[in-house]
Every structure is written in structure tokens, then in C-alpha cells.
Design a protein around this ligand. Structure first.
Ligand code: FAD
Length: 503
């Protein structure tokens, strides 16, 4: 049994969120330690980054004196600085609608396609992070910075006395007591908060109900090659969809296909949890069922070989979860520990990074962890819960529309509009509190009223073309004051070349 010196801040969970938080707090002069249950490198899901995530990386880099972090905010600089850390080019969000039993087809107006560019070149592009590589690298930076790092270490219990924590931990059958003033839960689920603080996590009251089956594969065929084989024109595409967050939209949910530059692809089905027959199936059976239903998906997966990690199909049950509270006496939880909705729109990484900005700012402004900190943590909780609510509505609306791609297309423009609004605020150096402008009355009004109308529409026994046109016109009108990217302009034919926020 040994005792580790008193830390200012003890962090549990060495994913990118825990590691970056440790590095920023260390730069603020706190004595920090990082505890990880497993060991790096380890497989992790959650790979597709966004312009907002990149902006926050750059901001953390300059604010907390982490110059090397800047390189990871764009594909070009990442490749120059660290080609050995695997990532992929992500030029934007691409969607392709597949119908059961039918090969993918479209028309000259791209009726079954939607491509939304997020960057103007591969050099300046966002990235898909191979998390095992990137997270392991961050931990080497943690160690280089002289931060105490304990891996393969399990926190068994926690006692708080006189404003000090004492964590009873086990590493390789050795008991280590770690003490500190403040605790950050960055463990990425609600399990630890329940174990240490009896704070429960639940899936109650979410609009979205989805689950996922996924893995990594080597050498999957490229979707662009398949489009060319089908003589589908890609001449007016803003980018190569294999270099993007590629989504195949199905009736039962959707697929993500995220390529890395080592011929590995992250491939997963996120499926509607209200589909009772799919819910009951084992992962292999779900895989086979979806392949049997969708010929092109079957073709892509025909010779699919598992990558070394994870090496099998992984199933996550219901994805939606939220902790009862984000903080307590002497502790706070990072956003991905607080809650999660669904991978659609890749909000997770940016949402986590936005949480790092807030937590580090709060702690560095309240170095003795006294009452004003708790007032700010209360506000943090309101923010994180409101953000989850907005993301939930945006994602739930998408699941409602997956059988009707033109409705999906129109509804998803709300997400892109709110994203551009948020990006604009950041670019103008205006204060940003809520991710995706979740506190903006107009955003709330647009999202809530349009969601209600959407539910009324999808509850109809049939949806006519006129219904779809009216719904699309309504959205076009509502987003007009903020629509700097020409979203829903018929002349764009679902191909958006310039959605980058402009000043
Ligand atoms: C299926 C799926 C797909 C996703 N896809 C995307 C996407 O494309 N884009 C996107 O932006 N986001 C995505 N996300 C969200 C993304 O995964 C998260 O935002 C991200 O992983 C959060 O990072 P983190 O460091 O907070 O947590 P994690 O990555 O979960 O890391 C937590 C770490 O804590 C460790 N740990 C766990 N328990 C303990 C303990 N008791 N003590 C100490 N350590 C512990 C774990 O071993 C792990 O290393 C996805 C999520 C899911 C579920």
C-alpha cells in the first residue's frame, strides 16, 4: 500500500478529454494527476471531427501554451507534424439514401444525395481521428509534461473529508491511496459517478432511441468507385465523398463510414431502437439482415476483413444517457461522461472539447475551489443539459425522416444552420456559452416549432410531394436570416460547396 502526494486535481479517464484537461490544468499551474482504468493504445469509437472541434483545439493550443496541439486542427498540418499518428481526411458530411431491396440510384438533381462541404481543401480539412493513436499520443504528452499518470488503475472508493478527497485505488494488486482537492470524472460513461457518488445515469425523457453495431475494417472498396461503376456523375461534387464523414441513410437508421489514411475504415450501423425486431437480434444477425436488405451495402462488406482492433463486431445498447447531475461537492463531470445522444452530426468531439474550455476556465478562476465555483458549475450543468436537449431534438428529427430523404435533407439543414451560427460567433470572437447556440431564443423557437410540424407530418398515413415542398419552404424561410451558405437553394442541387462560416 502506498500513498501518492496530495494533488490539486485528480482526473479519472485518459481519453482525449481527460488527457487534454490534464494538460490545460497543468499549464494553469495546478498539480494534476490522471488515472486510467485501461492502458494505451486502446480502441475507442468517436472519430469524426468538425470545424468547431478544430476551432476549439486551436483556441486551447494558444490559450494554454500547447503549440503542438495546433497541428491537429487541420489535415495538412497534422500530416506534416505527425504522419505516424493515423487520421483521415474529412472534407464534409455526405449522405446517400438507400432503399430496401434496391441498388443505390439517383438523378441529375442528386435527389438521393446530400454533400455539405466543411472545408475548401484537403490541406485545410477536418479529420477523422484514429482514436487509439491520437489518445495514446496525448498521454505521452501528459507524461512529458510531468503530470503523474496511473494506468491500469481502478478507483475502488472515494472519501471526502475537510474538503479533501481520498481515493482508494488498485493497480496490479497494489493498493494506492491518491488524495486531492477536486475530482474530474472524464471516464466517458455514468458508471463511475454512480459507483463513487450514487449519481444515476438514465435514458429517460430522450426523443431519440438508437443503438449501434460497429467495427473497423481494412481495405473496404471506395464508395466513389462504386458510384462510377454505376455511371453516377460526380463532376459537381464539392469533394470526394470517401474523404468525408460518409453516411448511408437507410429506412431503419444509418451507417457511418469513416476512412483513415492507412486503408482502415470505421464502419457502423446506428439503428432505430423502436424497431423491436432488430433490437432483439444478436450483432452478427443485425449485420447479416442489413446486408441482405441493402445490395450496395452487401457489396461493400462482402470481403470485409476486420482490422486488428477491435477485431469483431461491437454492439452498444441504447446510446442515449444522461447523468442526474453534472457536479457535486468537490467534483465535476466532463460532457461525454454527463451524457450522449447519437453519433449523427459528429457532435461528440466538439461537445467534449467545449466542455474542456469551460471546466478549465472555471477551475483556473476559482483556485481554492470555494462557493463561486459551485455557482458556475450550476450554470455549466444548465448549459450541458440544454445542449443535450437541442442535439437530441435535431437527431430525433433525422430518425423520423430517414424513410423520406427529401424531408431528411430539409430537416438536417437546421443542424447546419445552427452550426454556422455558432462558428460565426467564435470567428468574431464573441462570447460563446452554449454549443450550437442552444441558448439562442431563435434557435430554440425554430427547432421546437419545426420539430412539432415534422412529427405531425410523419404521423400522416401518406406524405405527398406537396407536403414535403411546404415543409422545405417553411425551413428555408425560417433559416433565411442566418443562411449564409445557400442551404436549401434549389440551384445547389444538394451539393453545398461553401458552408464555411464567413465573417
Ligand atoms: C457509437 C459512437 C460513435 C461516435 N462517433 C462520434 C463521431 O463520429 N464524432 C464525434 O465527434 N463523436 C462521436 N462519438 C462521441 C465520442 O465517442 C465522444 O465524444 C468521445 O469519445 C469523448 O471522449 P472522452 O475522452 O470524454 O471519453 P472516452 O473516449 O470514452 O474515454 C474515457 C476513458 O476513461 C477510461 N475509463 C473508463 N472508466 C474509468 C474509470 N472508472 N477510471 C479511470 N478511467 C476510466 C476509459 O478506459 C477511457 O480511456 C461517438 C460515440 C459513440 C458511442
Amino acid at each position: 500500500m502506498s500513498h501518492q502526494s496530495d494533488y490539486d486535481i485528480v482526473i479519472a479517464g485518459a481519453g482525449f478529454a481527460g488527457a487534454l484537461t490534464a494538460l490545460c490544468l497543468n499549464e494553469c499551474g495546478f498539480n494534476v494527476c490522471l488515472i486510467e482504468k485501461g492502458k494505451h493504445p486502446r480502441f475507442a469509437i468517436g472519430e469524426s471531427s468538425t470545424p468547431i472541434a478544430d476551432m476549439i483545439l486551436r483556441s486551447l493550443s494558444s490559450k494554454y501554451n500547447l503549440p503542438w496541439l495546433y497541428d491537429f486542427s487541420r489535415y495538412g498540418s497534422w500530416q506534416k507534424a505527425h504522419p505516424e499518428i493515423v487520421c483521415g481526411i474529412k472534407r464534409g458530411f455526405s449522405y446517400y439514401k438507400h432503399y430496401p431491396g434496391k441498388e443505390f440510384s439517383t438523378d441529375e438533381n442528386h435527389c438521393n444525395e446530400l454533400l455539405v462541404a466543411a472545408s475548401v481543401s484537403d490541406e485545410l480539412s477536418d479529420t477523422n481521428w484514429l482514436r487509439s493513436d491520437f489518445d495514446a499520443f496525448l498521454v505521452t504528452k501528459v507524461e512529458e509534461a510531468g503530470i503523474d499518470y496511473f494506468d491500469r488503475t481502478e478507483i475502488i472508493s472515494a472519501i471526502r473529508e475537510n474538503n479533501q478527497w481520498e481515493f482508494n485505488t488498485v493497480n496490479n494488486n497494489n493498493t494506492i491511496t491518491i488524495s486531492g482537492s477536486f475530482f474530474i470524472d472524464a471516464s466517458g460513461s455514468g458508471i463511475l459517478a454512480d459507483k463513487l457518488f450514487s449519481v444515476k445515469s438514465s435514458a429517460d425523457n430522450f426523443l431519440t432511441n438508437s443503438f449501434a453495431v460497429f467495427s473497423h475494417f481494412d481495405n473496404l472498396p471506395c464508395w466513389t468507385d462504386m458510384l462510377h461503376q454505376k455511371n453516377i456523375a460526380t463532376g459537381d461534387y464539392p469533394y470526394d465523398p470517401d474523404n468525408s464523414a460518409l453516411h448511408h441513410v437507410l429506412d431503419e437508421g444509418w451507417i457511418w463510414a469513416l476512412r483513415f489514411n492507412n486503408n482502415r475504415t470505421s464502419w457502423g450501423f446506428a439503428l432505430n431502437g423502436n424497431d423491436a425486431s432488430l433490437q432483439k437480434m444478436q450483432p452478427q444477425e443485425i449485420w447479416k439482415t442489413m446486408r441482405d436488405r441493402y445490395p450496395d451495402i452487401n457489396y461493400i462488406l462482402n470481403d470485409a476483413a476486420f482490422s486488428a482492433e477491435p477485431g469483431n463486431i461491437v454492439r452498444f445498447g441504447r446510446l442515449q444517457r444522461k447523468l442526474e447531475t453534472c457536479f457535486g461537492d468537490g467534483w465535476a463531470a466532463m460532457p461525454h461522461t454527463v451524457g450522449f445522444i447519437d453519433p449523427l452530426f459528429s457532435t461528440g468531439i466538439a461537445y467534449s472539447l467545449a466542455g474542456i474550455e469551460r471546466i478549465v476556465e472555471m477551475l483556473s478562476g476559482n483556485r481554492s475551489f470555494e462557493q463561486p465555483l459551485y455557482d458556475q458549475l450550476k450554470e455549466y450543468e444548465n448549459i450541458v443539459f440544454e445542449e443535450l436537449k437541442l442535439i437530441d431534438m435535431l437527431v430525433a428529427g433525422c430518425y423520423e425522416t430517414m424513410k423520406h430523404f427529401s424531408l431528411f435533407n430539409a430537416w438536417s439543414m437546421l443542424y447546419f444552420t445552427f452550426t454556422i451560427m455558432y462558428e460565426q460567433r467564435r470567428l468574431k470572437n464573441l462570447p460563446v456559452k452554449y454549443f450550437l447556440e442552444a441558448d439562442n431564443d431563435e434557435v430554440q423557437k425554430i427547432a421546437n416549432s419545426t420539430y412539432k410540424e415534422l412529427l405531425a407530418l410523419t404521423a400522416q398515413p401518406t406524405i405527398s410531394q406537396q407536403d414535403i415542398d411546404t415543409f422545405t419552404d417553411t425551413i428555408r424561410e425560417r433559416i433565411k436570416p442566418y443562411n449564409t451558405a445557400g442551404l436549401l437553394e434549389p440551384s445547389s442541387k444538394n451539393m453545398y460547396h461553401h458552408t464555411i462560416a464567413k465573417l
